[in-house]
Design a protein around this ligand. Structure first.
Ligand SMILES: [Zn+2]
Length: 264
């Protein structure tokens, strides 16, 4: 009888322990699912590294950064070769409000070449105000043109914008707004994206990361030095469709350097 009692006690103990374990696992699984990164409060950029386990968000080569112009290393086109090979009829497939930004996706076809590798344009999206700062100056808007290679390498071109006259290209892009969060709009129209760039193509470049989780590193950043001009109304229209201040704070530059590529 004593033996049987002990056996029951062991069974009860084992069962209750395993039950406890499975409950704990379930709870932590649920909370992982619920917590999603944002630009605000307890899930804001300062908390991304803890929320997004196994991400690069706590890495040493993160973006964005403050670019200090006087500390940049001048390079020539042949040392830092960039070719923008967009056609005059770049095809947009759809507009998305992903809850973090307004994003336009592109059909396959347009590409750039950077240091001899081909990167295909996949999407553009917006940050209001800018993520990168130059000599501490934060611009009203930053446009990210995300390019991917066949080997899943990233090159992101960044265009900063300041307020002034209205831009025809922005009028076109914003004609698809408003879009509610988690909604998409099919577009299937073409546009001349080359008008998105500043006339002077001098650019800063450095090795950084995606500025949203999983903050993937080894991203080539190309940031045009001159801003383009968009109207206040155009900035506000985008702002009204995105979370307030959808930018990540400045990341330490650590041992990285920034080049300034000068076109002649
Ligand atoms: Zn971005």
């Amino acid at each position: 009888m004593k033996k049987l009692g002990l056996l029951i006690a062991i069974i009860v103990a084992v069962t209750s322990t395993s039950c406890k374990n499975s409950t704990t696992k379930k709870e932590s699984h649920n909370s992982e699912k619920k917590v999603h990164w944002t630009y605000d409060g307890e899930t804001s950029p300062a908390h991304w590294a803890e929320i997004e386990k196994n991400s690069d968000c706590d890495g040493k080569k993160q973006s964005p950064i403050n670019i200090i112009d006087i500390n940049t290393k001048p390079t020539q086109q042949k040392e830092n070769p960039l070719a923008i090979l967009y056609s005059p009829t770049t095809a947009i497939s759809m507009a998305i409000n992903n809850g973090h930004s307004i994003q336009f996706n592109f059909e396959v076809g347009d590409s750039i070449q950077y240091h001899g590798a081909t990167y295909h344009l996949s999407q553009i999206h917006f940050h209001e105000p800018s993520e990168h700062t130059i000599d501490g100056i934060r611009y009203p808007l930053e446009i990210h043109l995300v390019h991917k290679s066949k080997q899943n390498g990233f090159t992101v071109m960044s265009v900063l914008a300041k307020e002034g006259q209205e831009s025809q290209l922005f009028e076109f892009l914003e004609s698809f707004l408003p879009i509610e969060a988690a909604k998409t709009k099919e577009i299937h129209q073409s546009l001349d994206l080359t008008t998105l760039f500043p006339e002077n193509k001098n650019f800063y470049s450095y090795n950084g990361s995606l500025t949203t989780p999983p903050c993937t590193e080894n991203v080539n950043w190309i940031i045009f030095k001159d801003p383009i001009i968009v109207s206040l109304e155009e900035v506000l229209k985008l702002k009204n469709n995105m979370p307030l201040d959808n930018y990540r704070n400045e990341q330490p530059i650590n041992d990285r350097s920034v080049s300034l590529n000068v076109h002649h």
